[in-house]
Write a protein that binds this ligand. Structure first.
Ligand SMILES: Nc1nc2c(c(=O)[nH]1)N=C([C@H](O)[C@H](O)COP(=O)(O)OP(=O)(O)OP(=O)(O)O)CN2
Ligand SMILES: [Zn+2]
Length: 141
């Protein structure tokens, strides 16, 4: 089995609903997303001969998906009143509405699902919320 990994980062703001502590307040992170892909065999011809996937292509896809979150306010759907959302958008803020609580665990799973949907053989995604705190999502074999 072969494994490749690449990573990308994004800056954003969020708050955690139902959190009893400082994280219930609006704050920011530079999230670091590390993506692993696995494959039993290597390419046989062209650019990808003896590769799982060209690193250039791998990082391009990962960066593209991660960039969809960059410099945005990540908001769990239903966690802000519609009026609040409208006011923020009127002020020019970009809100990224998400159907899940914005934990590192859920973000890791979300990136795994999105990248699997783009055809990458993803096996694992690590999502670092801080340099020392990381949640990992492992894709079922
Ligand atoms: N399992 C998880 N726990 C927490 C998550 C999470 O996504 N998964 N997220 C948070 C908050 O987003 C919070 O911002 C993180 O706070 P904290 O761990 O306290 O990190 P700090 O860097 O601010 O810690 P200090 O040591 O106080 O500087 C909370 N938990
Ligand atoms: Zn946080």
């Amino acid at each position: 089995m072969y494994q490749l990994k690449t990573e990308a980062s994004f800056d954003g703001a969020h708050f955690l609903t139902d959190y009893n502590g400082k994280c219930e307040n609006l704050h920011g992170h530079r999230w670091r997303v590390v993506v692993y892909i696995r494959q039993a065999s290597l390419g046989t011809d062209g650019t990808e001969r003896d590769m799982v996937l060209d690193f250039g292509e791998f990082k391009r896809i990962v960066r593209e998906e991660v960039a969809r979150f960059d410099h945005m306010f990540l908001v769990e759907e239903g966690s802000l009143a519609p009026d609040t959302v409208a006011c923020l958008e009127r002020e020019g803020f970009t809100l990224r509405m998400l159907p899940f609580r914005t934990t590192a665990e859920n973000l890791a799973r979300n990136f795994a699902e999105v990248l699997l949907g783009r055809g990458l053989p993803v096996s694992r995604v690590d999502c670092y919320e801080t340099p020392l705190n990381c949640a990992t999502y492992l894709v079922d074999e």
